[in-house]
Design a protein around this ligand. Structure first.
Ligand code: AVI
Length: 322
């Protein structure tokens, strides 16, 4: 018989699923969207016409690569470019290419929980930019950041792009930025990508595509529970539902049970009852404005040095310093 190995991650996943589905109202964390399949679906999301975020940030970085890298390299001749969340690196490559042209001594350090994502990024970088010094680090963001040693007068630049901060609740975002601040020296910087408040319909459309890609992304969490925790969710019995509150700037994703049903999750020994139309809240995607970012930064002991935006002001990249 095949021996099943249970890793620490499976245990954490099982515990979080147990706690989320026995709570009221039910919830699951969007961090569990991202397995191999989820990563692939997210790539598809990023190329959907409705999902404007990626293009906007790409354009911001491309149009402002010179002033951005000038700020990065001010008063130093060596930088560590630390990226939280490796992704496919398409946006980061703009900055890497620009930095290469300046002749400054720099190292690119992508940090990600997924070794697979890091390996792919490293391979593509070594083919496209064989001379760039790359050191991948596998682990959680803050823990890994703490292990990075600086040499001489080098400066750490922390990239947190793609509006990833938007997937954190306010208190989590504040704690996260405070921990980043804690790891920073005076000259260090954060380049933070934040989606902005805008016409609510534009935001709803970005999370509610007619082709069902976002629905598949949301339901990937149920798929993972089925395959990794021996669950028996019938994905067709749930629908993807998105809301956006223009007052708070919070987009929320839900899975809604289309009928009363019972779901079994064998490996955590759980039977979950759903009423008809009961919800599981799965994700928040927070949209910001300048004053909210200024306040959030201030509460974390940081300040906004500069902000860059696109022509429609849909997205902004903020440079934060101590
Ligand atoms: C990764 N993150 C910033 C995306 C977002 O916009 O919240 C995840 C996503 N969820 C649905 N579509 C994209």
């Amino acid at each position: 018989m095949e021996q099943q190995t249970i890793t620490k991650l499976d245990i954490k996943f099982g515990k979080d699923v147990y706690n989320g589905l026995t709570d009221f109202p039910k919830h699951l964390s969007s961090k569990y969207f991202y397995d191999h399949n989820g990563d692939k679906i997210f790539q598809q999301i990023m190329s959907m016409p409705e999902y404007y975020l990626t293009n906007c940030e790409y354009n911001i970085l491309d149009r402002n690569k010179a002033p951005i890298t000038e700020l990065f390299t001010k008063n130093t001749n060596r930088i560590n470019l630390l990226e939280l969340g490796a992704g496919d690196g398409i946006k980061t490559k703009i900055l890497l290419e620009q930095l290469s042209g300046t002749g400054i001594d720099f190292k690119y350090i992508p940090i990600d929980i997924s070794q697979n994502a890091l390996d792919q990024l490293e391979t593509s970088l070594s083919m496209e930019y064989p001379t760039i010094n790359v050191e991948t680090k596998q682990g959680t963001y803050i823990e890994t950041l703490k292990t990075i040693r600086k040499e001489g007068n080098s400066k750490n630049i922390i990239l947190f792009l793609g509006s990833n901060i938007g997937n954190l609740l306010h208190d989590q975002a504040l704690q996260f930025l405070s921990e980043l601040e804690n790891s920073m020296d005076v000259d260090d910087m954060i380049l933070l990508g934040c989606d902005q408040k805008k016409n609510p319909q534009t935001i709803l459309d970005a999370y509610n595509d007619p082709t069902g890609i976002t629905e598949a992304f949301n339901k990937n969490i149920l798929k993972r529970i089925n395959s990794e925790l021996q669950g028996n969710f019938d994905l067709d019995k749930f629908l993807h539902w998105e809301t956006y509150n223009p007052q708070t700037g919070t987009a929320k994703s839900y899975l809604v049970s289309k009928e009363a049903q019972e779901v079994h999750i064998k490996s955590i020994d759980l039977v979950v009852d759903f009423e008809a139309w009961e919800t599981i809240h799965t994700e928040i995607s927070q949209k910001y404005d300048d004053s909210e970012i200024t306040n959030l930064a201030r509460e974390a002991g940081l300040k906004v040095l500069k902000a860059f935006t696109d022509s429609k002001k849909y997205f902004k990249n903020y440079i934060l310093v101590k």
